[in-house]
Design a protein. Structure first.
Length: 270
């Protein structure tokens, strides 16, 4: 049984973990066993355990040491038989030194520590994790995406992923939803590309036709009209269709696109 300690409202932590008797709390119209008892003789996983306030740390320590829990409003403690696993994304030793986490509880929990390294330290996991996310999202979102281009994979491997696996999943989700083909390309990961500080933001052409730079040869930002013209040309080259289709891809009205095509002198029959 998994419990996210950081997601429990502060006033309900004791009741959720250890249970309460009927009438012990306002609105408690029936008895609640609590997660320790609900886990039976199985495993209780306390995620984000570092979020627990001090008084709940005391009760948790007592439950671990004595194998009993004090339910709110109960006359006597209840025996529990569980295996306890806890997790945190905080530095426990620092928390202890700062007095934010009880030292005795830390050593009680730290019987068999397992360190899960951040994603940036295990680049070999990025490809299978990405493949798994793509397969899952392609099914749920009804997309034809089947994988990543080599350049896109290299980009993901070069990123440090401060948000770890969740951030990778979010990046894959956004790219999958926006992708029009069967592979995720560099152009589908512009946010990652830009956040890596790889020079001036660039609009990437997904068919290997180069890039549309946001700066000129002297490092000055190009005029918006010049970039608009390049983006329109990119869409015309990339997609087959008429003006209505091009306008849809660009997210603008057909009349607006016709005006810009005339203004920039673009030949639509390319």
């Amino acid at each position: 049984m998994a419990v996210n300690c950081g997601a429990i409202p502060e006033k309900l932590v004791e009741s959720v973990l250890f249970g309460h008797e009927k009438g012990a709390l306002i609105g408690a119209n029936e008895r609640h066993a609590g997660k320790f008892l609900e886990a039976g003789s199985g495993t209780l996983f306390l995620d984000r355990i570092g979020e627990l306030r001090q008084d709940m740390q005391v009760k948790l320590l007592q439950a671990i040491q004595e194998g009993k829990v004090d339910q709110v409003g109960a006359r006597s403690p209840v025996k529990v038989y569980i295996r306890l696993i806890s997790a945190t994304n905080r530095d426990f030793q620092q928390q202890v030194s700062e007095g934010k986490f009880r030292e005795d509880l830390y050593y009680r929990l730290n019987i068999f520590p397992i360190r899960i390294p951040p994603l940036r330290e295990r680049q070999e996991d990025i490809e299978p994790l990405s493949a798994y996310s793509i397969t899952k999202l392609a099914t749920t979102e009804g997309k034809a995406v089947r994988g990543l281009t080599e350049n896109a994979l290299d980009l993901l491997k070069g990123f440090d992923w401060p948000g770890n696996v969740r951030q990778l999943e979010n990046a894959i989700f956004r790219a999958t939803v926006l992708c029009d083909g069967d592979e995720l390309k560099l152009s589908d990961f512009l946010q990652i590309f830009q956040s890596m500080g790889m020079g001036t933001p660039t609009v990437l052409n997904g068919r290997g036709m180069g890039a549309l730079p946001a700066s000129n040869g002297t490092g000055e930002v190009r005029m918006l009209s010049a970039m608009e013209a390049d983006i329109i040309l990119l869409v015309i080259d990339k997609y087959d269709g008429q003006m209505t289709e091009f306008a849809r891809r660009l997210g603008i009205g057909r009349s607006t696109l016709c005006r810009k095509v005339a203004e920039f002198g673009i030949d639509v029959k390319r």
